[in-house]
Design a protein around this ligand. Sequence first.
Ligand SMILES: [Zn+2]
Length: 448
Amino acid sequence: MSAAPKDPAAFPSDPVGIAQRLIRFETVNPPGAEAACVHWVRDLLDAAGLDTRLLAKDPARPNLIARLPGRGLVPPLLLHAHVDVVPVAGQDWTRDPFGGELVDGELWGRGAVDMKGHLAMMLAALLRLAAAGTPPAGDVILAVVADEEAGSATGARFLVEEHPELFAGVRHAVGEDGGAELGLGRQVRLHPVVVAEKRAVWVRATLHGTPGHASRAAGPTGAAHKLQRLLTAIDGGGLGTLMTPAVDRMLQELAAALPQPFGGRVAAFRADPDDPAALAGMDETDARYLRSLVQHTVNATVVHGGTATNVLPARIDVELDGRLLPGDFGREDFLRQLRERVGCDMDLEVLVEGDKMPAPRLDGFYERLAGILKAKDPEGVPFPMVTTASTDARLFPRLGIQCYGWLPLLHDLDRSYRGRLHCPDERIAAGALAFGADCFHELLIGHD
Ligand SMILES: [Zn+2]
């Protein structure tokens, strides 16, 4: 609720103009400092006549809830987007990452894709709907949140835990896709609709060893020996193959839609994910992604241990980034598998555990998201995707909301947008933003 009415003419209404303004707010997390950006979005939506409300756990990091009233024919639909971005320090940018420059039809800047550009699509669609004066079938709720890139404590988690009433009646939500992209030869334009995310279980493994003088052979009781066993056991990054229903469905649809030889490779991988020949000839990034979908993965990322070159360490700590497949997999089961695989004694402490998401539903709402993409890009192939990343979509299901990651993007076949996420020179084509805004508009008009 702003102090004075704003003049709509003072704000852009097109997705490129909106994204440009959003990028120019430096909202690098940490520290986030999302307030100025969120206030600007609030003013933009106030000027368009929407109901807005700020809610903050930390006043420097507010969240915005905006509501466009509908006709009450269908339940409210939630759109959620974060305005914080990952740092640019140490990255070699060709242009100012906070300049929002439009160069040769591309909008440059941190957040152009993840996810200020995405938010701009949502905002442009909402503004168009509000300006038309015809209410949508159901209320549209937009949550613009802080802190997605660093745990969501002041953002979506705060809203879900402290203000669940804001989301009363919502059954479906649309948010970011967590970098979901699959090249697969770039023969057709693939439109992922994320229906499930893997969840993080981060663990510290502590390996104890017999300390002593390092001038003598250490033997199997040494902590370094155990470290070697641990790293060997998880070399390759996974804990064994497991085909879940969501991944099976994804591979089935891809195999049917993709031209050869890609369709055949995906079909072979689906038939036998353990057959190394199935992924032969496939792009290494795609192959690693597909392998990550049929197993809980574990990567060693931080190692601490030892005090001096000539002293056998009594203890080595290894931090492990574990990612569990979507479904009913508990952390105890995961830790047991890890222990069995490594086969030597170690203490395991869970540092972070992501929320378990419900089984994906490929119901009428999914069909609608896929159908809009198909209608707007008849050559493109929408498909249900499982992503290895986790987003704020992990937090809303506890309110009974089914979440989908949907970034409608008309990207060039020969270019990857994933390669730009969290990387220098992040940018997005102006045409892709316009396509996305059109898709969101279509969704909002008649959402169900
Ligand atoms: Zn993001």
